[in-house]
Design a protein. Sequence first.
Length: 82
Amino acid sequence: MASPKRFIAGAVCPRCAEMDKIMMFTTDDDDQVRECVACGFTDAVSDTPEPTNPELETRVNKLGNEDDHTVKQVVFFSSKDD
C-alpha cells in the first residue's frame, strides 16, 4: 500500500543542495522513494535483497593454487664467522 508523501525536515537534496525540499513515500512495490520538489531528483531504495554475486576470482582463492607455502628462515645479518 502506497504511503502519503511527507517532507523530511532538515534533509538536503544531493543534486541541488536545497534544504527541506525532499519528500519521502512508499510505492505499492514497497520501495521507499525520495524526491526533490525543487529539481526533480528521485532515488528509490528497495527492501528486497539483491542477488548474491559469486566471489571474484583472485590469486588467493584460485583452485589449484600451486604456490609454495612453506616457511623459510630469513637472515638479515650474518655473523663475521661465516
